[in-house]
Design a protein around this ligand. Structure first.
Ligand code: HEM
Length: 673
């Protein structure tokens, strides 16, 4: 941690942090794949090495002795030092590595956070990392400039290939990277270089001891029961039944209240099935966001839905490299520009639909806003008008999700006459969409989302076969439902706060004063209040409150082992109702997003999901929701038909305004032209 001025340690990196930088693979944006247990041992070893370098412990292969229990001031190292100081018996280094390894997940998570905070790493949506471009002066003799991350790597390279004499901590890093068996993934090695690596790894006595202890722990069977795990608390049926948030359908608040009592990891019962393990709270979000992909997969939970659409797989059920490739291929279609390139047409479609409303009408939120959004979204996604089909298509998808994903309806509910009719309507939609996409018809047309899927299919029909087009084609218009429902919640919260509604109206009137706003007009500054109303609505009433996953590699989080094959709910929006993340969480407060409060700038705020599967359409959605809220307030004065404390909602398959929530058109403020 404290070293000579020419090393990156001068910027105060801990050894676990340096090890992570050394393991970053810049091409893939992620870390060289080191099996979980091995990485955990290496990180624990790095922390012990740091403590030995600053004289808090002494280690050799036989023993690990406490020299000085004074805190180091480093948040990664002090909890470990405390644990060593509290131990009565004496143990060797390998014992400590294996004892500390289960908590390495948290150390990794904290280390990555710190590296991002200190602008050494950039974090990208989907859990990818790259070195920042913030340069620092490197080795003065070479007068080169590196980012800190590159500096760590360049130093490692020079030590191995240029026979540079390493400093002790460099020798330790070499020993640890070698113990992880990763050098062959980083460099083309020959016998001579391998010998050099072995030699350097043994140059420092501590490094050699720790490297060997790590290697010993790694060589032992990986199927070990991680030590010191606690039983996961179980929530009883009675407790669930009595929870007022569950009765009101407020899932984020339900998960937050259970976490308050049971901690961040707990099990909730499910009729006739294994209990579900719930992860809730800021730390769990951080872990899921940054490391979840190594331990949990999406494949299983979505399988039933794929089957219902005749598909083998879809973006929602893919993991790893295939998922990354799929996402990258279709990403351009979901960009914000797909909307901004066609703003004029979108305004016109919205106005045409709004013209069907009469002053005095009282309309249920779902019925009012889902078709409003679909009138705009369907042409952008599919280049077809689907207003006549959308109701049945959405109902079909909701039924499939309730049967095959949430498991709250039995299988036969997919075979009832109504369900079969709606499935046929979905087929009709797919047929209509495909008919509108023959090459001849697409000449000169703006590229839509269907074009993107069809070209992926055309370029590699093995990767995306015709069978697997069923899910994207049949479910694409869920975007109308998601945005319509989220808009319903935003309209609800805005209408409940007249002073805020007046500020949104002022923004809307200013933007539409001289015709329709262009992309250049829609700056964050011009839609500031509208944007924050939406952010706060997404916090308080997020339509997708959690994500389902399956444990594919055993892992210990917060001292609890997540068993292989277990079903997990990442209750990512539970943090939206936690006092330590959002003070006074029940208050609708749009100022929490202003500096210096900035309460949303961490993984606690996650209405668009976390990690590799986070929402591809979120930039599009942010703008599209804002446009609609602005248009609604510019053209109409809308009131709640009845006042409720919280918006009444149906929790499954996504949180949506229940039919009790109705809006009344009180006045038409401007002509719809
Ligand atoms: C209020 C609006 C929306 C919300 C709250 C929302 C939320 C989410 C969430 C939470 C996920 C992650 C699910 C998971 O982790 O399993 C997701 C995924 C996704 N969303 Fe959205 N979404 C919205 C609108 C949209 C729109 C408008 C589009 C397209 C135009 C879209 C396209 C997608 C896609 C393609 C994925 C799958 C990403 C993947 O699996 O890699 N979403 N969305």
């Amino acid at each position: 941690m404290i070293m000579s001025p020419n090393t990156p340690s001068a910027v105060d990196l801990s050894l676990p942090e340096e090890l992570l930088l050394a393991l970053l693979n810049e091409e893939s944006g992620y870390f060289h794949q080191v099996p979980g247990w091995n990485l955990n041992c290496a990180i624990a070893g790095a922390a012990l090495a740091d403590l030995s370098l600053i004289g808090r412990i002494d280690t050799d292969l036989e023993s690990l002795t406490l020299l000085d229990a004074t805190e180091t001031g480093h948040p990664l190292l002090d909890p470990i030092l405390k644990e060593i100081a509290a131990e009565q018996e004496s143990h060797n280094t390998r014992y400590w590595i294996e004892r500390l390894a289960p908590r390495s997940e948290m150390v990794i998570s904290q280390a990555l956070n710190a590296l991002v905070r200190r602008e050494i790493l950039d974090h990208h949506p989907g859990g990818f990392y790259t070195f920042t471009r913030h340069l620092r002066r490197g080795d003065t003799s070479q007068a080169e400039e590196y980012s800190t991350g590159e500096f760590v790597k360049a130093r490692l390279t020079r030590i191995i290939f240029a026979d540079e004499i390493p400093e002790p901590r460099d020798a330790i890093i070499v020993a640890l990277v070698n113990a992880c068996d990763v050098f062959h993934l980083m460099y083309l090695l020959d016998e001579e270089i391998e010998q050099r690596i072995q030699f350097v790894g043994k140059m420092d006595l501590f490094g050699a001891a720790i490297g060997e202890a790590v290697a010993g722990s790694i060589a032992a069977p990986v199927f070990r029961q991680p030590p010191l795990t606690k039983p996961i608390p179980r929530v009883s049926y009675l407790e669930m039944a009595r929870n007022r948030h569950l009765r009101a359908g407020r899932l984020p608040a339900l998960f937050a209240s259970l976490a308050e009592k049971h901690g961040p990891v707990y099990q909730v019962p499910r009729p006739f099935q294994e209990p579900l393990i719930v992860l809730a709270g800021l730390q769990m979000n951080q872990w899921a966001h940054r490391q979840g992909r190594m331990y949990m997969r999406s494949q299983d939970y979505f399988q039933g839905v794929n089957e219902a659409y005749g598909a083998a797989r879809s973006i929602h059920s893919m993991d790893g490299a295939d998922h990354f490739r799929y996402r990258k291929a279709i990403q351009p279609a979901y960009a914000r520009s797909t909307l901004t390139n066609r703003l004029d047409e979108t305004y016109d479609n919205a106005r045409r639909h709004m013209a069907s409303w009469q002053v005095g009408d009282s309309i249920p939120a779902q019925k009012m806003l889902r078709p409003l959004l679909n009138s705009q979204v369907s042409p952008l996604l599919t280049s077809t008008d689907t207003q006549d089909l959308i109701h049945d298509v959405l109902k079909h998808k909701m039924r499939v999700l309730n049967v095959a994903l949430a498991n709250i309806l039995p299988q036969f509910m997919l075979r009832t006459p109504v369900a079969k009719r709606r499935a046929r309507v979905t087929d009709e939609l797919v047929e209509r969409t495909l008919q509108a996409h023959t090459p001849g018809q697409r000449v000169g047309k703006p590229r839509d989302v269907v074009d993107e899927y069809l070209s992926l299919h055309g370029s590699d029909s093995q990767f995306l076969p015709q069978t697997d087009l069923g899910v994207p084609m049949g479910t694409m218009l869920m975007a109308s439902m998601y945005m319509g429902d989220q808009l319903g919640f935003a309209l609800y919260w805005m209408t409940k706060h007249p002073e805020i509604r007046d500020r949104v109206t002022a923004e809307a009137d200013a933007l539409f004063a001289n015709g329709d706003p262009t992309d250049a007009d829609l700056t964050l500054e011009n839609i500031d209040v509208t944007h924050r109303v939406l952010m706060e609505s997404l916090r308080m009433s997020p339509i997708v409150p959690m994500a389902m996953r399956t444990v594919m590699n055993t892992v210990v989080v917060e001292g609890y082992e997540l068993p292989l094959g277990a079903s997990i709910y990442i209750a990512n929006t539970a943090a939206h109702y936690m006092e330590d993340v959002f003070p006074d969480p029940w208050k609708f407060d749009i100022d929490r997003y202003l500096p210096p409060r900035n309460e949303h700038i961490n993984e606690g705020y996650s209405p668009y999901g976390l990690g590799t599967h986070s929402c591809l359409g979120f930039r599009w959605s942010e703008l599209h929701l804002a446009l609609n809220l602005l248009m609604l307030t510019h053209y109409f004065r809308i009131e709640l038909n009845k006042d409720f404390g919280d918006p009444p909602m149906d929790p499954f398959p996504s949180q949506s305004p229940s039919n009790k929530l109705k809006f009344r058109i009180v006045e038409q403020r401007h002509e719809l032209k």
